[in-house]
Design a protein around this ligand. Structure first.
Ligand code: SF4
Ligand code: SF4
Length: 705
């Protein structure tokens, strides 16, 4: 879990300087920078000019190479959660571990304001010690020191993005500079290059592996050495057919193309062939479906060869090849764990009789490794490790994040299903006032405690601004998928705006809105008197929130960072994300808003909230009007206007849709015979008429209801 520094120096200026102090993709690393990237070193640190693919500078200490310095933006084009460029300089040691790192530029909203430079520094430099050769999830430690931060408090997604950019860039450099050792070629098989070669040439280059087994070896077992070799038992051959350099030469072009048509995208073809007395296929596979005399092994994984993977081949087309008794092609899927670029072996299983007449099996292995020239080094930007595409980078990262948050996702989805049920059947729910109030209390509590304080799923005007800019500058789903809860909530709210307007979010899913309402309810119970502003003043204060939203949006076109600063009008980060652990001006501002909300329910929502305004604008498209009013509303009765959570009912008794938060209080009133004045009057009339003429309705209004 992340921890938070208690020292919170003013951060805005520092972060703005941080954001632009360094040009993206530095052309060379300065000594001062190198001290951060290789902390604790004493002596003369120098960096060569940045070169190579991916670009990196070799770093020397007193003339001896100690590793590489690299820029994540130069290598992977790293983007932040905001969709804006982000650059971390990283020091990478020869043992594949990160020596140190420095965040040199970013435009992450939560990091621009709200997180102190000290916390950021601690997080980024705390990633020192990560072994980039290991599979590391963005949420795991990866062998670094135990007291390092997993993420910056309140900035989980941005932290994951930073860590991901560092790992990918460092891996790309590690691979290209040979730091992965033996298994240094996690590239692709070359499926394009072809040059005519005969059997001997392929054999000489290692494209075909061969092993001869004699009768003598079989008699003594596979481990025996020396002695009379005896006659030929089997000459076994193996080759990877996928590259045309091997497959097309061995099979001939027509057969190779035919084979290509049969291979699925993730399949590779392995050739096993033999001459000699022993049949590696045997006959049992025709009954059992599995070859019992031969199997393929890679690392710790044994891949059984089955009949459905097998194609029999009568002869090879390659020139100067040996006379073969048996030839088989086996199609092997990568999903079986087979990596064509890594070494593998064919194991030949020979059942033998011991001297005492017991059966014993001997295994003879034929090792194979695809020649290095037939493995393409991953061009940085397309590979699993050296990914220069910000889109792919995010695509993999968001999948990791979604997998790590399945429980939270399930709870949010359950909440949204429940909310849809409540809103679609609200006129049933509100007929029982106690049931309605209990439902609302439970839901708002879940919104505040789970969505807000636990999961940090507070939508913000920053999301709206980021979305607008993404639309204008090239929309990428992957950027928005990085935070699953925010993505799910936004998707739901966007759809639900058409049904219920902004109220679906403001009334039910906004943690800060829920906090204000719950506090106000508590305050009323304690006897706090409510203030009702005169309607004329009330409606003239509404535009403030629209102005705030338009100001933030307008400024964002000039400077996103400045827009994020202005968006601090939202107390969400202070209250929900950082739980009041901020500099005192932010805390005082937030407490003042909450105090105001004790006297004027949802004071902030009514007049100041730019997100509420941003949601109200598209909510004009609302297709349905499901909230009921009576002809008497506003004329004879003002109870709903007085009890409305946000004073969204005008003096004429009409609901102002832009302001309504769909709390359903007026609908509970509508059906409550002890509250609604027309219902009370009707009951009285009924009682009077019933006394004179039982069974007759007194008006059309009554007949309808
Ligand atoms: S108006 Fe703002 S604070 Fe209030 S509920 Fe809506 S989004 Fe939340
Ligand atoms: S009381 Fe009625 S009009 Fe007022 S916010 Fe709730 S649903 Fe909307």
């Amino acid at each position: 879990m992340g921890r938070r520094s208690n020292v919170r120096a003013p951060v805005v200026g520092a972060c703005l300087v941080l954001a632009w102090a360094s040009a993206l993709g530095a052309s060379e690393f300065q000594t001062n920078d190198l001290r951060h990237l290789f902390p604790g070193t004493t002596g003369e640190l120098r960096a060569s000019a940045i070169s190579g693919n991916p670009p990196a500078a070799e770093v020397t200490l007193d003339g001896a190479s100690i590793g590489y310095a690299l820029s994540t933006h130069a290598i992977t084009g790293s983007l932040g959660f905001s969709g804006r460029p982000l650059d971390v300089h990283v020091g990478l040691k020869h043992d594949g571990r990160i020596a140190g790192a420095r965040l040199v530029s970013h435009e992450e909203p939560i990091l621009v304001i709200g997180v102190s430079p000290k916390d950021l520094e601690a997080f980024v430099s705390g990633l020192a010690g990560l072994d980039v050769r290991k599979a590391i999830s963005v949420g795991t430690g990866g062998g670094r020191k135990k007291d390092a931060l997993d993420h910056v408090a309140g900035a989980t997604v941005s932290s994951a993005v930073i860590k991901d950019a560092m790992l990918r860039s460092a891996r790309a450099v590690a691979i290209s500079r040979g730091l992965f050792g033996e298994r240094a070629q996690p590239g692709e098989v070359d499926r394009a290059t072809f040059a005519a070669k005969d059997w001997q040439q392929l054999l000489g280059e290692g494209a075909i592996a061969a092993r001869r087994v004699t009768h003598g070896e079989v008699a003594r077992g596979p481990g025996s050495t020396g002695g009379e070799p005896g006659g030929l038992f089997i000459d076994l051959y193996a080759a990877l057919l996928t590259p045309p350099m091997i497959g097309q030469n061995l099979l001939g072009r027509p057969a190779f193309e035919q084979l290509g048509g049969r291979l699925a995208a993730d399949e590779h073809a392995v050739l096993i062939a033999a001459s000699g007395l022993y049949s590696f296929k045997g006959t049992a596979w025709r009954q059992t479906g599995v070859f019992d005399r031969v199997q393929l092994v890679q690392g710790a994984r044994t891949i059984a060869l089955r009949a459905d993977m097998h194609d029999n081949v009568e002869r090879l087309a390659v020139a100067s090849g040996p006379k073969l008794r048996e030839i088989g092609i086996f199609r092997i899927s990568s999903s079986a764990g087979f990596d064509p670029t890594a070494p593998w072996r064919v194991e030949l299983i020979v059942e033998n009789q011991t001297g005492r007449g017991e059966a014993a099996s001997a295994i003879f292995t034929l090792e194979y490794k695809i020649p290095g020239q037939l493995v393409l080094m991953p061009p940085v930007g397309t590979s699993e490790f050296g990914n220069a595409s910000p889109l792919k980078q995010s695509a993999e990262l968001w999948e990791q994040i979604w997998r790590s948050r399945t429980t939270e996702i399930a709870v949010v989805v359950a909440m949204l299903i429940a909310l849809a049920g409540i809103l679609f059947s609200h006129d049933v729910l509100v007929r029982d006032v106690a049931r309605y109030q209990a439902t609302r209390l439970v839901f708002l509590s879940a919104t505040l405690l789970f969505l807000g304080f636990y999961a940090g799923a507070q939508l913000s005007v920053v999301n709206v601004i980021t979305f607008v800019h993404a639309i204008l500058s090239g929309f990428r789903w992957e950027q928005f998928l990085l935070d699953p809860l925010i993505f799910i909530l936004w998707s739901f709210v966007a759809l639900a705006l058409l049904f219920w307007g902004r109220g679906v979010f403001c009334g039910w899913l906004c943690p800060f809105g829920a906090l204000q309402e719950l506090l106000n309810k508590g305050g009323r119970k304690l006897g706090i008197k409510q203030v009702e502003l005169p309607w004329a003043l009330h409606e003239r204060l509404w535009p403030i929130k629209y102005v705030a939203f338009l100001l933030i949006l307008g400024v964002s076109f000039k400077s996103l960072t400045q827009a994020f600063v202005i968006s601090e009008i939202e107390p969400f980060k202070t209250t929900i994300t950082l739980k009041l652990a901020r500099e005192w001006p932010y805390v005082v501002y937030t407490l003042a808003l909450l105090a105001g909300g004790l006297f004027i329910e949802r004071f902030y929502c009514r007049y100041l909230c730019p997100l509420g305004a941003a949601l109200a604008i598209p909510a004009r498209l609302r297709l349905f009007e499901w909230l009921k009013r009576r002809p008497q509303c506003g004329r004879e009765c003002r109870i709903c206007a007085v009890t409305c959570t946000v004073q969204a009912i005008n003096p004429l008794g009409q609901i102002v849709p832009n302001e309504c938060i769909y709390c359903l209080q007026c609908q509970a009133n509508y059906y409550d015979a002890s509250t609604c004045l027309p219902l009370k009057q009707r009951a009285q009339r009924r009682a009077g008429i019933a006394a004179q003429s039982p069974g007759l309705p007194t008006s059309r209004d009554e007949a309808d209801d």
